[in-house]
Design a binder for this molecule. Structure first.
Ligand code: NCD
Length: 307
């Protein structure tokens, strides 16, 4: 059974195909409006979400399918102690495909080992978030037309930010990509990302605390929220939460065609005064997420022989 736990579970050719399908969906939505008729997506979200869950659900509805949803751990038998394995086996009796978000790293992978239907990781702890990366890649493709020769600044919580880890992984496969990692000392990327992704793939990268100094070089600025829920103590969170706030003066030396991204939710990392700047791409990124999730659901259901 084909599952997506990690963005690297998809080859670059498959990502290109998903982008092509997403672009075709954007151009010809009617062509796709009944392709999943009678099929069900189960969204199993054991952690809060607005965009990821609703975009998966909107995606399935726009493909003509239906949705079954667990929107919090408290409302499911997980709160009674049910294992991820049993939940996966149970939901396989009702649905055709699962999108799972879980606070434990690897939980969607455990689900995929036990389900008899495809499982998509919709975010596991501070680890991975492959479908956000698909949204990010479609955004980069539509804004820049290429994945090669780009300088990408990741700014904020690079330690716990799973979207950052997945996107760095994805970018490791393209040519001449430069990564600038902008964070406070305490929120630098985990050593496994530094060693197993950046170093291992000989990627060009620097670590800095200085957003303003990096700004003029950037083609893409990927802002992130400080992940309060993954901190062990409130004091550290309060000290670090406002480390970087992007406002119009900070863009003074930015490129005219900079692409500003953020996986959202934003707390106050990007001033709303930037929302009308043509370089703000984060609302487009949200919409792109729905199209890429449509493309992914289609691909996995086709491979499973369900449609
Ligand atoms: C992100 C997540 O859940 O990892 N949100 C999302 O899915 N778009 C980022 C975050 O929570 O900060």
């Amino acid at each position: 059974m084909r599952n997506v736990n990690d963005i690297l579970d998809l080859t670059t050719d498959e990502i290109d195909d998903l982008i092509e399908t997403a672009c075709d969906i954007i151009e010809n939505p009617k062509k796709y409006s009944e392709v999943c008729h009678g099929k069900k997506l189960a969204t199993l979200f054991f952690e809060p979400s607005t965009r990821t869950r609703l975009s998966f659900e909107a995606a399935m509805y726009e493909l003509g399918g239906n949705v079954l949803s667990v929107s919090s751990a408290a409302s499911s038998s997980a709160s009674k102690g049910e294992s991820v394995a049993d939940t996966a086996k149970t939901v396989s009796c009702y649905a055709d495909i699962i999108a799972m978000r879980h606070p434990k790293e690897g939980a969607p992978y455990v689900a995929s080992l036990n389900a008899s239907i495809p499982v998509i990781n919709a975010g596991d702890g501070g680890h991975n978030h492959p479908t956000q990366t698909l949204a990010d890649l479609l955004t980069i493709y539509r804004e820049k037309g290429t994945f090669d020769n780009l300088t990408i600044g990741f700014c904020g919580d690079l330690k716990f930010g799973r979207t950052v880890h997945s996107l760095i992984n994805a970018m490791s496969r393209y040519k001449n990509v430069r990564i600038i990692l902008i964070s406070p000392e305490e929120l630098k990327v985990p050593s496994y990302v530094r060693n197993d992704v950046l170093e291992k793939n000989h990627m060009e990268y620097v670590e800095t605390k200085d957003l303003l100094k990096a700004m003029p070089e950037l083609d893409i600025l990927y802002m992130t929220r400080v992940q309060q829920e993954r901190f062990f103590n409130e004091e550290d969170y309060l000290r670090l939460k406002d480390s970087y706030i992007l406002d119009p003066p900070k863009l003074a030396n930015a490129k005219k065609d900079l692409c500003i991204m953020h996986p959202f939710p934003r707390v106050n990392e990007i001033s709303v005064a930037i929302d009308d700047d043509p370089r703000a791409c984060y609302f487009k990124q949200i919409l792109n997420g729905k199209y890429m999730r449509m493309a992914l659901i289609l691909k996995l259901l086709k491979e499973a022989g369900t449609i």
